[in-house]
Design a protein around this ligand. Structure first.
Ligand SMILES: [Mg+2]
Length: 345
């Protein structure tokens, strides 16, 4: 089997981000082969990510055997090393890697969960992310809920945050998990203080209180936070996660498979974290790209609900009564309306 073309588009759906300047400007990568099979993956970086795919990665992949995923990953990483390593180039590479995995599953006529040693059909518990505690009045059935404080996490809004967290706990009741996402807007001092104030609300984790580059700060939080720390949503490659795991800087690791280097890297992260006894809870885990790894590799699976703009990825399983399960369709098991998708770009 040989790769005959590599295509990338940024599909537009209802609620799509306006352009590439958010981490969520997702791109669809399609890899065609001479056997007639096409693999699909989603990466990040929007138009900038598409440019990396079309001008660097495509040239490297044409004529190559798509089954040599690990070798191709290393070559793509090397080809983007001078301007890549983290950020847009690795987000683009992630989409290509996922498309190669989709091809492998389709070629072997197996769902990826089976190739990774698991089985389709297992019910995976989910947690729902909300941006306003009021949303929790009308949602139920999930194993947990995460209050995203991105809009109010600025300095000076501490009382507002604390009361929102307390309100969230009272709305969901005593049993479900409750998490808090600070979206890189706190510092060490405020995280320690807030963790002490919210510990009585039984918070499962505080997510990304600091910049992912502030490893010194995370070393302090590891010792002094009253609530476990989660992170990794904005980290890239298994090498970087290897350091987080080795130093146990996060109790919960949250790689985003569409950004961190694809399934190739997520598998390595799971292997390292499982060995170290740390939890992996992939960002947007209910979206299909991470769900196969969660179902096959996670000893304590918990999938975060997906984002509403990914409506163009047809065939994704839906959350039902708080759980989600994979079909037995080959590869990622998706159904693309290719003609419509590629005509609009
Ligand atoms: Mg987050």
């Amino acid at each position: 089997m040989k790769i005959t073309d590599v295509r990338a588009i940024q599909p537009v759906g209802e609620n799509s981000p306006a352009d590439w300047r958010t981490s969520l400007g997702q791109i669809l990568v399609a890899i065609d082969t001479d056997s007639g099979i096409t693999g699909y993956g989603v990466g990040g970086g929007g138009l900038a990510g598409m440019h990396v795919v079309k001008t660097v990665l495509r040239d490297l992949l044409l004529g190559r055997n798509p089954e040599e995923i690990s070798q191709l990953w290393d070559e793509m990483y090397q080809a983007t090393l001078a301007f890549g390593r983290k950020g847009i180039a690795v987000m683009a590479l992630s989409g290509v890697d996922l498309a190669l995995w989709d091809l492998r599953g389709k070629h072997e006529q197996q769902p990826l969960v089976s190739l990774l040693g698991g089985k389709p059909g297992k019910k995976i518990p989910t947690y729902r992310t909300v941006w306003d505690p009021q949303e929790l009045q009308t949602i139920s059935g999930h194993a947990g809920y995460k209050l995203h404080l991105g809009k109010v996490a600025a300095p000076g809004q501490r009382e507002l945050m604390i009361s929102a967290i307390e309100q969230a706990r009272s709305l969901i009741g005593p049993d479900p998990l409750l998490m808090v996402d600070a979206w890189m807007k706190w510092d060490v001092e405020s995280t320690i203080a807030i963790s002490q104030e919210i510990a009585s609300s039984r918070i499962e984790w505080i997510e990304e209180p600091l910049s992912p580059d502030d490893l010194a700060g995370y070393r302090l939080l590891k010792e002094q936070s009253a609530v476990p720390i989660a992170g990794g949503e904005h980290e890239f490659t298994s090498a970087a996660f290897g350091q987080l795991i080795e130093e146990q800087l996060h109790s919960v690791l949250q790689p985003d498979v569409c950004w961190c280097g694809g399934l190739t890297e997520l598998i390595k992260i799971y292997t390292m974290a499982n060995k170290a006894g740390l939890r992996v809870c992939p960002h947007r885990g209910c979206e299909i790209w991470a769900l196969h790894a969660i179902a096959a590799l996670d000893p304590d699976p918990l999938a975060e609900t997906g984002r509403p703009w990914m409506t163009w990825v047809a065939g994704q399983p839906e959350v039902k009564e708080g759980t989600i399960e994979l079909s037995d369709r080959p590869g990622f098991g998706l159904l693309f309306d290719e003609q419509n998708l590629f005509l609009v770009n």
